[in-house]
Design a protein around this ligand. Structure first.
Ligand SMILES: Nc1ncnc2c1ncn2[C@@H]1O[C@H](COP(=O)(O)OP(=O)(O)OP(=O)(O)O)[C@@H](O)[C@H]1O
Length: 275
């Protein structure tokens, strides 16, 4: 297998959890370069625990986990995986400009004592362009909407030029118009070949971006295939986790659109964007 064929992530019978509590149990999954995987499943099925496991933020409790071919325990090249955490918005109590927040993404790419150079500035410019916020770079992040702040966080992750972008519910809590903008941002990244692993309850918003669907239930993977096959086998059910929802009536799943949306019903109109 050549280096370029090495999967970005490769899990064999992998388990993750917290201390001795096994939440993700015996999952086998590998992601190739350029793939955009939507990780679906009901609340509590272990999606976040799985992606946190890849980042060393939950405990690896068994099985094999390779990141870019290197066993998780020996993996040191953390900046290769960009992470946009769940339900994270930027604190209103800290004053920082959009650009300053994105610049933080570069810190993992240089020693702490070296000041930012032109390569850092270029990476920040590109990340801001990728999310369509270059023209807002001097603004205070607290002045931005929730959806725009989510884009700032995506830019922060992109600034490190990761090989894999892991996002936990990037569209949750964002209104329909801004979901559309976020989906466009992710589509543009996908068109550039960015590999993504996206935990989501809102497949309808992202269906144009996703190349593969992995569905979890009770800590296991119970579906892994193309969006087309997923649609065929799950027709009549709600997208993602709607049919399993049990513990978060006001959570993101509560807004999960039905199958009709992914099957081609029109999405909400695009937001007209001013400056
Ligand atoms: N830090 C933690 N310590 C102990 N248990 C945890 C921790 N974080 C999550 N869990 C438990 O792990 C289980 C799976 O949670 P996880 O967040 O991975 O699910 P999820 O599929 O991402 O759910 P959601 O769709 O609600 O985000 C839950 O039962 C949760 O209580």
């Amino acid at each position: 297998m050549s280096v370029t064929d090495t999967p970005l992530i490769s899990l064999r019978a992998a388990s993750f959890g917290y201390a001795d509590r096994r939440v993700v149990d015996g999952v086998s999954l590998s992601q190739g370069r350029g793939e955009v995987i939507a990780l679906l499943g009901p609340n509590g099925s272990g999606k976040t625990t799985l992606v946190k496991g890849l980042l060393g933020l939950s405990d690896h409790l068994g099985g094999e986990v390779l990141l870019f071919g290197t066993p998780l325990a020996r993996f040191r090249d953390r900046p290769r995986i960009g992470y946009v955490p769940q339900r994270h918005s930027l604190s209103a109590s800290v004053r920082a400009t959009v650009r300053e927040v994105v610049e933080v993404g570069r810190l993992t790419r240089r020693p702490w004592w070296r000041p930012a150079g032109t390569a850092d500035a270029t990476a920040v410019d590109e990340a801001l362009d990728a999310v369509g916020l270059r023209d807002r770079e001097r603004e205070d992040v607290s002045a931005l909407s929730g959806g725009q702040q989510r884009r700032v966080l995506i830019a922060r992750a992109l600034a490190a030029r990761p090989d894999l972008l892991v996002m936990d519910e990037p569209t949750a809590g964002v209104d329909a118009a801004n979901q559309r903008i976020l989906a466009d941002v992710l589509s543009a990244l996908a068109a550039r070949g960015t590999s993504m692993l996206i935990v989501t309850h809102e497949l309808a918003a992202l269906h144009e971006v996703v190349t593969r669907i992995v569905c979890m239930d009770g800590g296991h993977v119970d579906y892994d295939g193309t969006p087309r096959d997923y649609l065929a086998t799950h027709r009549g059910h709600e997208v993602g986790d709607g049919h399993h929802h049990h513990d978060a009536p006001d959570g993101p799943g509560a807004r999960t659109p039905g199958m009709a949306a992914i099957a081609g019903d029109p999405l909400p109109p695009r937001e007209v964007h001013h400056g």
